[in-house]
Design a protein around this ligand. Sequence first.
Ligand SMILES: [Mg+2]
Ligand SMILES: [Zn+2]
Length: 350
Amino acid sequence: MPSAKSSKPTNTLTLSGLADNTQATIARWLIRPGDFVHEGKTLARYHLEAGGKELTICAHQSGVVHRIFVKNGDTVLAGQALCELRECAHDESISGICANCGADVAALEKSGNRTAGMFGSTACPLFRISAGSARRQQDDRVAALLRARRLALVLDLDHTLVHTILPRAVPPRVLGRMAAMSASLSRDGRPDIFEVGVWDDRRRDHVPHITKFRPWVRSFIASAAERFELYIYTAGNRPYAAAVASLLDPTGILFRGRIVSRDDYPDVPTAHKKLDVLFPADQHWALALVLDDNAETWDHPAEPPRRNPRDNLIHCPRYHFWPPGWGDTHNPVPETGLEEMGPAGATPHP
Ligand SMILES: [Mg+2]
Ligand SMILES: [Zn+2]
């Protein structure tokens, strides 16, 4: 049976396998421009003579339908261009699928040509953008900072703004009094101890965490936001980062989604935080101040002549509220429950 073939190097489809000058009539197209088609998908039906048997034109490769050159009912010649397939050139994808045309871009994501972008997406952790789009976003953001003459303040979460533990480590009598404790402990009269559900993809469920704000953290970030563009940069995973961010900034106006988690840059070792993630060009590093209790995570001189990101760090005292042994990852609780949580559940980080 004749099939559509590519006349390489273009991805134009023609009727092939027919003698020259054979005429065929397109019965109907089954695709539209913009559709993504897998190799082998039926693109159109045609017949060689009026009332004759309908034959099919199939895609010889996967691609996005760019143009269709002939209409339903048109008579075409063998070898005539029928339609053109192109590779997906869209910028957004989710879990290996183009968010615009549905193209399979898993290979692009794997090759590192896709990134979570500067601050991923809290709504969909699997959302990725193209490297080109990420670069354009970076350029726009740096230009906006320079125009506004503002600096970026990059905030760590655990032991800097909050102290988080896993509640199964907390004695039940304490757990029961948590709300009362929170009100009496808070410096600004508002609760500052929260139980928060953090999505665990492996369990397909929310895992409760208990987060205590550092005293005055609300007024600190509110006044910092007047002078700086605020970022969260945590070695915790994205669901944890998003959950704590929504406690610190319930309306989202302070951080505006500027959250970097370990999930967003899987190629960066978890023991390190990299300023390149926010400012890829060295000359823009001067725009960033970092506040973190863990100096080591920033102390990794890049290849000379690059600077050491430690130079951007304000090293703050480590904030500890919960007693040692209450489920902090640095003081693991010797109960089986915590081990079960595995790395995904045990999100609090230095
Ligand atoms: Mg920390
Ligand atoms: Zn696409």
